[in-house]
Design a binder for this molecule. Structure first.
Ligand code: PLP
Length: 401
């Protein structure tokens, strides 16, 4: 783990374009020619490494991005997809069939929650949702039918932290696959190095970082990725959530600055979290000593990338949260928008937006209060200036006790 640096691994890759360009050429084709019919047959059977058949299966541009993201996560290989959900859903459907069972963290992205709660039961796949920070509850939920343990490294939106090493031990003991969504903590945490079998990202967020596209990736063993892309039985191949080559080339260029961006996101979020906590506002940030999983997170991270850019403030009621968000947007401190990882701060009230798929009584049970604002802290150059302006909004609305 100590010698593993995800950003250096990306840096060490060397690609050239067709004419010696410093960026790889974009493969602008959906289908590929063969010099012999026999090679086409062999490629169809999956036996011709380096040959391309049809771009829903793979394309040179997508393979470049696959390779860079696999290097980042330290897995054998990867498979990019058209969205984060386009990575999550085929991965889980490849691992589970009718009669199988999943144990999942109860605090996960609302879309993933809805998929597990409402959609997969139609296919005979059941899920038990647990408090992922309580390893004894996780283990107690496992049945003879369980195939997958599912969690987010840092959960959306409550910023709970999964003890990936602890979960991996449980997964190994029960012969389960540990699937980790690492969207909130790229570079900071390397789940595969901590024992995760499969690491997923929504590329839409930090990795692309410019809020101009959706995208996803599954990072895993060659064997698993081959199974996902199998022409006869692979969920990615058959459901078709393929990323377009033009998009993968563009995500790849943004990936090159991820390390610089993550350091700044983390620096800014830490700065604000420390000050707002001192001001007496209920602040949740994994970098704060008051965070219940601070020590575990500290032991998991690649320290130079920090504790990430996600922070929550609880201002008491939805009315107050809405007023603060509208005022902050009016003062150009950020945008009232879902998603994360943009250069500008984004904020939303998760109970009524990204987690609205979760029924109210379950939101209450998991501690998702309606005064909670989720912040994706931006790349602001002068974060003290931002702090002063945000605090002025808080004072103007009388939100300080
Ligand atoms: N995982 C997490 C943690 C997310 O926050 C999101 C989206 O908000 C997703 C997955 C889904 O990604 P996408 O919107 O790219 O499908």
């Amino acid at each position: 783990m100590k010698n593993f640096n995800p950003a250096d691994n990306i840096q060490d890759l060397q690609y050239f374009g067709e004419f010696g360009g410093v960026n790889p050429s974009i493969s602008d084709s959906s289908t590929y020619t063969f010099l012999s019919a026999k090679t086409m047959f062999d490629t169809f059977e999956g036996n011709m490494e380096g040959c391309y058949l049809y771009s829903r299966h793979s394309s040179p541009s997508n393979l470049y991005l696959d390779k860079a993201l696999a290097a980042m996560e330290g897995t054998e290989t990867a498979n990019v997809s058209a969205s984060g959900m386009g990575a999550i859903t085929p991965t889980l459907l490849q691992l589970c069939g009718s009669g199988d069972h999943i144990v999942s963290s109860r605090t996960i992205y609302g879309g993933t929650y809805a998929f597990l709660k409402n959609f997969t039961p139609r296919l005979g796949i059941k899920t038990t949702f647990v408090d992922i920070t309580k390893l004894e509850l996780v283990e107690a939920a496992i049945t003879a039918e369980t195939k997958v343990l599912y969690c987010e490294t840092v959960s959306n939106p409550l910023l709970e932290v999964a003890d990936i090493e602890g979960l991996s031990k449980i997964a190994k003991r029960h012969n389960l696959k540990l699937v980790v969504d690492n969207t909130f903590s790229p570079l900071s945490v390397s789940p595969a190095k901590l024992g995760a079998d499969i690491v997923i990202h929504s590329l839409t967020k930090y990795i692309n970082g410019s809020s101009d596209t959706v995208g996803g990736v599954t990072c895993a063993s060659q064997e698993f990725i081959d199974s996902l892309k199998n022409v006869n039985s692979g969920a990615s191949m058959l459901l078709g959530p393929t990323m377009d080559s033009l998009r993968s080339a563009s995500v790849m260029k943004n990936l090159r600055t991820l390390h610089i961006r993550m350091k700044q996101h983390s620096h800014n979020a830490m700065y604000l979290a420390e000050r707002f906590e001192k001001d007496g506002i209920k602040t949740v940030y994994p970098g704060l000593k008051s965070h219940p999983s601070h020590e575990i997170y500290k032991s998991m991270i690649n320290p130079e990338y920090g504790f990430g850019g996600m922070m929550t403030l609880d201002v008491g009621t939805l009315l107050k949260a809405n007023a603060l968000m509208e005022l902050m947007q009016a003062k150009n401190l950020g945008y009232l928008a879902v998603s994360l990882g943009f250069y500008k701060t984004l904020f939303s009230a998760p109970g009524t937006s990204t987690s609205s798929e979760i029924p109210m009584e379950e939101q209450i049970e998991m501690g998702l209060t309606d005064g909670l604002i989720r912040f994706s802290i931006g790349l602001d150059n002068d974060i003290e200036r931002t702090y002063q302006s945000m605090k002025a909004c808080i004072i103007e609305l009388n939100l300080l006790k």
